[in-house]
Design a protein around this ligand. Structure first.
Ligand SMILES: O=C(O)[C@@H](O)[C@@H](O)[C@H](O)[C@H](O)CO
Ligand SMILES: [Mg+2]
Length: 403
């Protein structure tokens, strides 16, 4: 049996912070898992270092399910992003080891390829509608079949998803939270104008997406969904905070615009009602924050019963290790929808060499044994952790709001 003899947490900051767990077996095979939780990285690193790694030493690395159940049930304080990101890192590292020992790319162990490639969406953003659409034209020229559109809001200094850097987007921009101002009434009219212009310039042979980033009430979301129907969005994401899953009934009653939710979820319990009542069309919970491959398979299987497809989160603050594992999952999962793909910076890609490749609007995980992503520990050590937190939002009257 491949006995676990060592495990260590690697924190590195090649432009942004990443937390990686490396597990080593006695026959020298290792596996790695992403444990990055943007703005709370050290909480997960400590959880792994202090409470998980001591429990792993001496265990059989092949016993992925048993270890998952041990870490989930054994925590007593179940669920939550820190616990589930730590469990995810162990889970992905063990799947990596199992696939390496079998000499197979991870997707083969999950059930083989269900498609030839993984359709991804890129991120066009700009200060104005015209700037954003000009970026979208560039993404279409790069071969993207799906493009997310995020534009500045007149009268607001900042908004979600709009950055000076057009290819890389990093919202955790300061050691303490930057305080931004938000106004839904200023924001709401901009999105239909953005989609009308985009459809006029880009045509209908490209999927268009938008992320409202938890900022609307259900009835505001219903109105935006209706306003966008003529432009046939692929999805409207995170329209309203989803702790109250039944609030999506109000949105569903008013609009046929497809809804995507779940990047802040971390177990099946966060989305069970949304899926079973078919209140959403895409589930975004991803490998690093959703308990790893073992738990995501359960979420995807439940979703498949209710016509809900996967649409994994894939922002820059999820490491290439998460992207690699997600792509193997995406290649296999029968109810695949789409994969978010915010490119990482060149220094990040150097720290995390990987087998996945982009062509013609799709990513492919590659045929390397395991999930195909490694970490260069010597290079990682050159980028020490740098405190960084996500912004907060206040309304124009000063009251706290959702970022
Ligand atoms: O859809 C998305 O990618 C966003 O919601 C993310 O950029 C999100 O804001 C970040 O991952 C938060 O760290
Ligand atoms: Mg989002």
């Amino acid at each position: 049996m491949p006995k676990i003899i060592d495990a260590r947490v690697i924190v590195t900051c090649p432009g942004r912070n990443f937390v990686t767990l490396k597990i080593v077996t006695e026959d020298g095979v290792h596996g790695i898992g992403d444990a990055t939780l943007n703005g709370r990285e050290l909480a997960v690193a400590a959880y792994l270092q202090e409470h998980v790694i001591p429990c792993l030493i001496g265990r059989d690395a092949h016993k992925i399910e048993d270890i998952w159940q041990f870490l989930y049930r054994g925590a007593y304080w179940r669920r939550g992003p820190v616990t589930m990101s730590a469990i995810a890192a162990v889970d992905v590292a063990l799947w990596d080891i199992k696939a390496k020992l079998a000499g197979l790319p991870l997707y083969q162990l999950l059930g083989g390829a269900s498609r030839t490639g993984v359709m991804v969406y890129g991120h066009a953003n700009g200060q104005t509608v015209d700037d954003t659409v000009a970026q979208a034209i560039k993404y279409k020229a790069m071969g993207y079949k799906a493009i997310r559109l995020q534009t500045g809001v007149p009268g607001l200094n900042s908004t979600y998803g709009v950055s000076k850097d057009k290819l890389f987007y990093e919202p955790a921009d300061a050691a303490l939270p930057t305080e931004n101002i938000w106004s839904t009434s200023r924001y709401l009219p901009t999105v239909p104008e953005l989609f009308a212009t985009a459809r006029a310039e880009l045509g209908w042979d490209v999927h268009l997406l938008h992320d409202s980033h938890h900022r609307l009430t259900p009835i505001e979301a219903a109105r935006l969904g209706k306003d966008l129907e003529p432009y046939r969005p692929f999805w409207l994401e995170d329209v309203t905070p989803a702790e109250n899953q039944e609030s999506f009934r109000w949105i569903r009653r008013h609009t046929t615009t497809p809804l995507a939710v779940g990047e802040v979820f971390n177990t099946i319990w966060d989305c069970k009602q949304l899926i079973e009542e078919q209140l959403i069309d895409f589930i975004r919970t991803t490998i690093v924050h959703g308990g790893g491959i073992t738990h995501l398979r359960r979420i995807a299987s439940l979703a498949d019963l209710y016509n809900v497809r996967t649409g994994f989160h894939g922002a820059t603050d999820l490491s290439p290790v998460c992207m690699g594992a997600a792509l193997h999952f995406d290649l296999w999962v029968p109810n695949f929808g789409i994969q978010e793909y915010m490119r990482h910076t060149p220094e990040t890609d150097e720290v995390f060499p990987h087998a996945y490749t982009f062509s013609d609007g799709e990513l492919h995980p590659g045929e390397a044994a395991g999930h195909g992503v490694e970490i260069d520990e010597d290079l990682a050590a050159k980028y020490p952790y740098r405190p960084a937190q996500l912004p907060v939002n206040r309304l124009e009257d000063g009251s706290m709001f959702n970022w």
